[in-house]
Design a protein around this ligand. Structure first.
Ligand SMILES: [Zn+2]
Ligand SMILES: [Zn+2]
Length: 77
């Protein structure tokens, strides 16, 4: 999987997928050790390698951000 970060635009390319976000502090994925990424659209932290969310949702069911989170941060098709 090819992962590229373009700092000026805060864009991450993960394979063919484009996500608006940026590396989150110096925190690493506890599973694989890859840099955690902040996903702007869903207001969440995720690992692009494991394709999992790394934080919990805020708990508000009608939150316009995490209420709409997909199961996988990076679309798998
Ligand atoms: Zn990971
Ligand atoms: Zn929320």
């Amino acid at each position: 999987m090819d992962i590229k970060y373009f700092e000026e635009q805060n864009i991450i390319y993960i394979g063919d997928h484009k996500i608006f976000g940026f590396p989150w502090r110096n925190e690493k994925c506890p599973v694989c050790g890859f840099q955690k990424i902040y996903h702007e659209e869903y207001d969440g932290l995720f690992c692009p390698v494991c394709n999992i969310w790394l934080d919990s949702e805020c708990g508000s069911a009608d939150c316009e951000y995490c209420g709409n989170r997909p199961a996988f941060p990076v679309p798998i098709i």
